[in-house]
Write a protein that binds this ligand. Structure first.
Ligand code: FE
Length: 337
């Protein structure tokens, strides 16, 4: 009941903001976005300029948008959902608020492993969640895999973000998909034996390494990008994990057409546009992410990181969702807070 009243208040808020407006002859597409204005607006403006289709959007946290889509059901005004992490997109697909869409343009622009097999969501940008270290106290030769961070040599030297964050749930879920249940449970146990310092944010992990509180950690690449943008001498370096094996974990920001989209054709046009060469850099560069479209090159710092020899985990990201509940259970059992 309480939930419903909160959602009702949100809906009334949306009406007030003008997201939900009377029907007009004008071509529109309505977007619910968990990505902030700064990251999406330039690409939306370029879309409107090219197609004449107006983009109306509202931003909120991913779980709020998902709840709202569920509550609104077929009455929703949203045509497209944009959010981060395949775990979130999988949840949305699983909750029945997205519909499968397949077009030749989308299958050319977005690699298969970054796409839902039923076309309910598509990756738009790629980020890796990989190992970071202090180049002052650690030699890169000492590093190899996520699993090896459980080695006793890292006792008291490891910083991790809280297991409550979807990014870590997805990392562990894809580890379950690749390495299996037993191996993953063992890895988590070993990490915990090293008594990691748990931080609420990736930026906290980076700052802790810079400040000497710990020597190694795991973060999303763009957080390091942001620190380096502010200070090119920020004393933390990036290490691509598991290059001899399955590759470093990658995740996406992505989008899917809503089940009850009233402007479905326009939503597909926008999705195609966001995956196009023209929009990809507008979309990816701003947050130091990597474009999904293989024909597009990234901003110079990101290109420097993601050299030709970078190996990404090819596991289909739907497993980030499928094994998410299990990942959460495993982390809890290992005592990973
Ligand atoms: Fe993030």
């Amino acid at each position: 009941m309480l939930k419903k009243s909160i959602l009702k208040a949100l809906l009334v808020g949306a009406l007030g903001m003008g997201l939900v407006s009377p029907v007009s002859a004008e071509e529109v597409v309505n977007v619910y976005s968990a990505r902030i204005d700064k990251l999406i607006k330039p690409a939306f403006d370029a879309f409107t300029e090219e197609t004449g289709i107006k983009v109306r959007f509202t931003t909120a946290k991913a779980p709020v948008l998902l709840e709202r889509l569920r509550y609104e059901g077929r009455h929703t005004e949203a045509d497209l959902l944009i959010t981060v992490d395949a775990g979130n997109l999988w949840h949305a697909a699983n909750a029945g608020v997205l519909q499968g869409v397949k077009t030749p343009t989308l299958s050319t622009n977005v690699p298969e492993n970054l796409t839902d097999p039923e076309g309910k969501w598509y990756g738009l940008t790629v980020r890796s969640r990989t190992i970071v270290y202090s180049p002052e106290r650690v030699k890169p030769e000492e590093l190899s895999t996520y699993e090896a961070l459980g080695d006793p040599k890292w006792k008291g030297r490891l910083c991790l973000r809280t297991s409550k964050k979807v990014y870590n749930k997805s990392l562990v879920a894809t580890m379950i998909a690749s390495a299996g249940y037993d191996e993953t449970a063992k890895v988590l146990e070993n990490w915990m034996k090293n008594e990691p310092i748990i931080h609420p944010k990736d930026s906290g992990v980076l700052k802790a390494i810079a400040a000497g509180q710990c020597d190694v950690g795991i973060v999303n690449t763009y957080y390091l990008g942001r620190e380096l943008k502010k200070n090119p001498n920020f004393p933390v370096a990036l290490f691509w994990a598991n290059q001899e094996g399955r590759g470093a974990h990658v995740n996406i920001s992505g989008a899917g057409v809503t089940k009850h989209a009233k402007n479905k054709a326009n939503a597909i046009k926008l999705l195609e546009f966001l995956s196009s060469e023209k929009a990809q850099n507008l979309f990816a560069d701003e947050n130091m992410e990597y474009p999904v479209n293989p024909k597009v090159s990234a901003s110079s710092l990101v290109t420097k990181w993601w050299g030709d020899d970078f190996k990404m985990d090819q596991v289909n990201l739907r497993f980030a969702g499928r094994f998410q509940a299990m990942a959460t259970k495993f982390m809890k059992r290992a005592g990973y807070k």
